[in-house]
Design a protein around this ligand. Structure first.
Ligand SMILES: [Zn+2]
Length: 481
């Protein structure tokens, strides 16, 4: 029997707000001492009243709008009751039957061997607060409540995904979008984005959904892909053995063993005894509030990508690299606006600059080559002062390392490209004098010899000859022989 996998994702993204979801504690605890950003509210002391963070609501609405979700005119918070040591309140404040938003969708580029576009429906985006963090040590467990009460967006997809590749591409698209609208930094390394993946299998041709396994708490794209692949294979084997899953289960993922392991039967909503949060009144949104927030949403990555392809006649891959990251897109646009040379801007940014950013895992704002410097570099090439190779090679490398201006580097290194025709003519003559064999080869129709001679001239000129003039001059001198 042939099977297909049916996959849905729940994505949790920590929101980049100044303070926590329901109290005024600092929401930035990266590299901070444990339990320093806490107060009676996020520690769950009795009698403390939560107050909803308006910034979190607004950023949640912006993310939901960017995901084409419908903002509900009315929403409320609910208590999701469970006991675990990382939750001092004994419940999580989440949204159950009246979430912030419902019914969105997102278009996703799936790359790889069989590139395609898929549309993934989004069930809902709701808000909740995060739990603390447990660290298991030899003699017990340590708990840090700095994260307790951090605002979270939970983005739930419909089961529209069918491979680990699609799941990962969808998760990356969500990461791009929540970053674009400024709702979350979604930095996987810092645990700001986590996934739960629900996986089930069904014989191809069937439309019903079979019991699923929900893989909890995946914290990298790589674990997401590996865990989904593992689970698809495991369930396919179970089907083939005639004993498919008969009820939903919750499983964990071991990066070490590269396998999923049973945690518990899947809890249903009844198990959480949801009830309306009595300390937070329901929220009602006016159309104007939502319209105002809509205006703050920048051009989104997919739209930007399409515009770059049309406006600058870029191949899709180049347009995607530039539009994937808002800061890089802004940098590119600044360079194009001043240099009026989109082709060179793309070629310089996507190759030489991106190579460094990828190697060092940094953003365009964390390096020394400003958009103005990039413009100056392009202008030096377009004015014929230096060659493309000099620009992309030693000049850019020096700019990147030291932050010096390209003009200063060119002057200091004496790198000017030689466009003086009489100087080039002299070198051409000299090279031809000592390469009689190549001239004979050329006469015998071996065109490759011409390339060799150009190379010799360039070598003689230490790479500083203007390639176009070298070519023209060499042909002229050869014709005059
Ligand atoms: Zn607090």
């Amino acid at each position: 029997m042939e099977f297909e996998a049916v996959i849905g994702l729940e994505i949790h993204a920590e929101m980049s707000t100044k303070t926590k979801m329901f109290c005024r504690c600092d929401n930035d605890s990266f590299d901070k001492e444990a339990n320093i950003n806490t107060c009676p509210v996020c520690m769950g002391f009795p009698g403390q009243l939560p107050v909803v963070n308006e910034e979190a609501i607004n950023k949640g609405i912006k993310a939901a709008l960017a995901l084409n979700c419908e903002i509900q005119t009315y929403c409320k918070f609910d208590r999701k009751n469970y006991f675990y040591p990382d939750s001092p309140k004994g419940f999580q404040i989440s949204q159950f039957d009246e979430p912030l938003s419902k019914g969105g969708w997102v278009e996703v580029d799936v790359l790889g061997k069989n590139p395609r576009k898929i549309k993934v429906r989004i069930t809902r985006l709701h808000l909740e607060d995060d739990a603390g963090k447990l660290t298991h040590v030899r003699n017990g467990s340590l708990v840090d409540f700095n994260r307790s009460g951090t605002p979270l967006m939970e983005i739930v997809s419909e089961p529209d995904l069918h491979t680990s590749e699609e799941a990962s591409a969808y998760a990356r698209e969500i990461q791009k979008i929540v970053r674009y609208v400024g709702s979350s930094e979604a930095d996987m390394e810092k645990g700001m984005m986590r996934f739960d993946a629900s996986v089930s299998i069904r014989p191809i041709g069937e439309t019903k959904l079979y019991p699923r396994a929900e893989i909890k708490n995946l914290n990298s794209f790589k674990s997401l892909e590996s865990a989904v692949d593992y689970e698809i294979q495991r369930q396919t084997d179970l089907w083939n053995e005639g004993k498919p899953l008969i009820s939903p289960t919750t499983v964990g993922w071991s990066d070490e063993k590269q396998e999923t392991y049973f945690m518990r039967d899947k809890e249903e909503s009844d198990d959480y005894r949801y009830f309306p949060e009595p300390d937070i009144p329901p929220l009602y949104f006016e159309k104007k509030t939502i319209d105002d927030l809509k205006k703050e949403i920048p051009e989104l990555p997919n739209v930007k990508k399409k515009r770059y392809m049309e406006e600058f006649d870029l191949p899709e891959d180049d347009a995607r690299i530039l539009s994937d990251d808002l800061k890089l897109a802004q940098y590119f646009e600044a360079v194009v606006a001043k240099s009026k040379d989109a082709k060179k801007a793309v070629s310089f940014i996507n190759t030489i600059l991106m190579k460094h950013l990828r190697e060092e895992l940094i953003s365009v704002n964390e390096q020394k080559v400003t958009a103005e410097m990039m413009v100056e570099l392009i202008e030096l090439v377009n004015a014929g002062t230096i060659s493309n190779n000099q620009a992309k090679g030693e000049v850019f490398e020096e700019m990147y390392m030291t932050g010096a201006n390209p003009k200063t580097i060119v002057d200091k290194k004496g790198l000017k490209q030689v466009s003086d025709t009489s100087a080039i003519e002299a070198v051409c003559k000299k090279v031809l004098e000592s390469n009689a064999q190549s001239i004979a080869d050329l006469k015998a129709g071996k065109d490759k010899a011409f390339g060799f001679l150009v190379g010799q001239v360039m070598k003689e000129m230490k790479g500083q000859g203007n390639p176009q003039i070298v070519n023209e001059m060499l042909r002229k001198v050869l014709a005059d022989l």
